[in-house]
Ligand binder design. Structure first.
Ligand code: B12
Length: 317
């Protein structure tokens, strides 16, 4: 893990009074691997990180806070406990990381640290049972919201980066994606029966094969009690519109990955918005949505699950 903030926070980037760029929570989570729930818990418990708040209530973090969080993440990887390292200043953390070796890890910390390795190893061995076991345990220990934010999202980043580093092959990534999709579907199915309200319809645009975002968003929506229909990946805009009309949808949600070309995505989104009845909202989520500048009018960017929660709460009213 690097310890410098060298990425742009992307769309939704605001500036503080000094003109310093501020990071939305989803971007901080992706950059540091620290879950949104954990960030909020540390804020309450340790007073760090205390973000700027937008009028909407959304949190925005400074580059210095992100930098310190990266150091904390590194210390946690080494087995330090949150209570010992979150309150430390960046200089103290740097000293700790430079001078000290890993402390004897507590059993809890060891289990936390072992999780990504266990998953990667299970993928390399095509060990479906082992992988399902890890996912089942994490989902039941953490509950759906935390499982999605603190396990699934960091694991996908880890799998993607392992592939880039050549530590996992494409066959392993496919294997992981399939097992994860099955698991997310299995968690959602029982919730579908009690879900209420006009549904949210989820799909990806043509040539976008990253469908896990749909399953993640669908589970988040169903666990909030709202009905949801997943139409799957690689769907022409006109088909999405017709399905949304037929289903009496409250909203259409598109999942856009980092792979999606911006111009083509914006054109496709604009075409769908133009065709879609005004009463049906159009949301664009996923890491690729965070990069899109100038979304057409009437289209809402929901790049993170927190933003999805806000959009869902608004639908209720
Ligand atoms: C799994 C995966 C695949 C799988 C997808 C399987 C599947 N069934 O989905 C497979 C193997 C098919 C695949 C293929 C490819 N992939 Co790929 N893939 C990934 C990986 C590891 C995870 C993607 C993912 O699902 N992320 C999780 C998403 C869902 O998280 P998120 O976007 O942040 O979304 C969050 C929220 O916004 C919310 N959300 C998501 N969608 C929506 C929608 C709505 C409406 C809402 C409200 C919320 C919401 O859910 C998430 C919660 O955390 C990423 C690495 C990564 N870290 O993303 C690479 C990655 C996206 N792939 C990449 C590439 C290059 C490819 C290929 C071109 C590889 C190749 N040479 O063939 C192809 C392209 C295929 C295509 N045409 O689309 C690159 C893209 C880089 C770039 N900038 O272009 C990445 C980033 C890997 C990397 N590090 O380089 N990939």
């Amino acid at each position: 893990m690097t310890t410098s903030v060298d990425e742009s926070p992307g769309r939704g980037a605001d500036r503080d009074a000094e003109g310093q760029q501020l990071w939305p929570m989803g971007a901080v989570t992706r950059r540091t691997g620290i879950g949104e729930h954990t960030l909020r818990a540390w804020e309450r418990r340790f007073g760090f990180p205390t973000p700027h708040r937008l009028e909407s209530g959304h949190r925005r973090y400074t580059a210095a806070q992100v930098q310190r969080l990266l150091l904390i993440a590194r210390a946690l990887e080494l087995g330090y406990r949150a209570g010992d390292v979150v309150p430390l200043a960046a200089t103290e953390l740097r000293e700790l990381l430079r001078d000290a070796g890993p402390p004897p890890a507590s059993p809890g910390a060891a289990a936390e640290a072992a999780a990504p390795d266990g998953v990667l190893e299970a993928c390399r061995r095509f060990d479906r049972e082992g992988l399902e076991g890890i996912l089942r345990r994490d989902a039941s220990v953490l509950g759906t919201a935390r499982f999605l934010r603190e396990r699934v999202a960091p694991l996908l980043d880890e799998v993607g980066e392992s592939w880039v580093r050549g530590e996992l092959e494409i066959r392993h990534e496919h294997f992981f994606s399939e097992v994860l999709e099955d698991h997310l579907r299995a968690l959602r199915t029982p919730l579908q029966y009690s879900a209420l309200g006009r549904p949210v319809v989820l799909a990806t645009l043509p040539d976008e094969l990253h469908s896990l975002g749909l399953q993640i968003a669908a589970l988040a929506i169903a666990s909030g009690g709202r009905s949801v229909h997943v139409l799957g990946p690689h769907l022409p805009g006109v088909e999405i519109v017709r399905a949304a009309e037929a289903l009496g949808a409250a909203a259409v949600g598109l999942s856009v990955s980092l792979f999606a070309p911006e111009e083509r995505t914006l054109a496709a989104v604009a075409a769908i918005r133009a065709e879609l009845p005004a009463a049906i909202e159009l949301w664009v989520g996923g890491a690729g949505a965070a990069k899109l500048e100038h979304l057409p009018e009437g289209v809402l960017a929901t790049p993170t699950l927190d933003e999805l929660d806000v959009a869902l709460a608004r639908l209720e009213r």
